[in-house]
Design a protein around this ligand. Structure first.
Ligand SMILES: *Cc1c(COP(=O)(O)O)cnc(C)c1O
Length: 375
């Protein structure tokens, strides 16, 4: 059960982040990796869960390489695990190569221009300058093109100053196991790797890690699977939910048959009902889009493992939940309702809002009382 500390007496909802589950997920991914390295993607504040708590927990579990999106995030990672290797996926911005050198973070270079900037900066500093090279194999987002890569790889033989410590690419369609893009990208990345045979190579995000070992190369690069997302990826390893969100019941009211609930009175009771008003809303990242409409139902919550329906529009600071069929002792003022957790997976909630678990995690509100268990 979720530990609800008395320190959270004033919070509308309590967000518990289970660091034991996080470490367990990391170890499960390591077992999938066999002998190769498993890194961790901790961009966007570790998918909303908090770099300062998530990164040391992963380090403790044996993780030594971290990926972030931005340099400021890398600085935060290095502040808590100074000996980690931290790659910055979004790479160099104009004129900030020197900030990378000062920080000790390594850029992921995605163009010949960035490579040149990094070389120039490293040459003038005289420091060792690890970096990753991102080669695009078909997602057409970040990454140096295959043609540019070929030219660069030829010139490499003549020797340069930058040390590329990782060559990587990113899969576009790994979540669809049988998508033809997977094999196409695998083949292209295989060619890249053959040209850089002495450099560690990485292709697989969470979903890619679960495709099959041909996608693993020398390093896995999971994000969402660590945090219990992607519907916990149906697969051979056991992943656990990391996020538990418990919303406080602020009031329970009787609504007679025919009574409307919430803005617009969009939900009308078809029987005499009891409605619990729970202290989290769209300002907390409980998306308003999870309000049901004519084309689909609203999100649900859970009380001791029993699903209860969100009814009426989701408000800024509260939601209304039909608890007519729940024992009044279990749905009473001061009790808590599971909004996310073992019974309401982040991807399930995401579906009701027309989005994905990643967006649910990265929008978890700043008003929740945050509890880290298993620290
Ligand atoms: C975000 C990201 C990952 C991690 O993806 P998940 O789907 O969360 O596992 C890996 N590689 C790159 C380049 C990314 O941008």
């Amino acid at each position: 059960m979720i530990p609800l500390l008395s320190a959270n007496a004033n919070a509308g909802a309590v967000l518990t982040i289970d660091l034991d589950a996080l470490r367990s997920n990391y170890r499960a991914l390591c077992s999938l990796a066999g002998g190769i390295e498993c890194s961790a993607v901790v961009k966007a504040d570790a998918y909303g869960l908090g770099i300062e708590r998530v990164v040391p927990a992963l380090w403790q579990a044996g993780c030594r390489t971290f990926f972030v999106a931005l340099l400021d995030e890398a600085v935060r990672v290095l502040a808590v695990v100074p000996h980690a290797r931290v790659y910055v996926l979004n790479g160099l911005f104009v004129d900030n190569a020197v900030h990378f050198l000062e920080s000790g973070a390594s850029p992921v270079l995605s163009s010949l221009e960035e490579i040149r900037e990094w070389q120039t900066t490293c040459r003038s500093s005289g420091k060792r300058c690890p970096s990753a090279l991102h080669v695009d194999t078909g997602i057409n987002r970040m990454g140096i093109s295959e043609a540019e890569f070929a030219v660069w790889a030829d010139n490499q033989r003549q020797g340069t100053d930058i040390s590329v410590t990782l060559v990587m690419s990113h899969l576009a369609c790994a979540e669809e196991r049988n998508h033809p893009m997977n094999e196409i990208q695998l083949e292209k990345f295989g060619e890249v790797q053959r040209r850089m045979i002495d450099t560690p190579a990485s292709l697989a995000n969470s979903a890619g890690s679960l495709l099959d070992p041909r996608y693993h190369f020398d390093m896995l690069r999971p994000g969402i699977a660590l945090y219990g997302g992607n519907s916990l990826l149906p697969c051979s390893i056991h992943l656990k939910p990391v996020v538990h969100l418990a919303g406080r019941i602020m009031q329970v009211r009787d609504v007679p048959s025919g009574g409307g609930v919430g803005y617009g009175a969009t939900w009308v009771a078809r029987r005499d009902s009891r409605i619990a008003v729970v202290g989290a809303g769209y300002a907390d990242g409980y998306f308003r889009a999870a309000t049901g409409n004519r084309s689909g139902p609203a999100a649900y919550c859970s009380i001791d493992g029993t699903n209860v329906q969100v009814v009426g529009r989701i408000s800024m600071d509260m939601i209304t939940v039909d608890v007519t069929d729940i024992d009044p002792d279990r749905a009473a003022r001061g009790k808590f309702v599971e909004l996310l957790g073992d019974n309401v997976l982040i991807d399930d909630f995401a579906q009701f809002s027309g989005t994905i678990g990643y967006e649910v995690l990265t929008n978890l509100g700043s008003r929740y009382a945050r509890v880290y268990s298993g620290a």
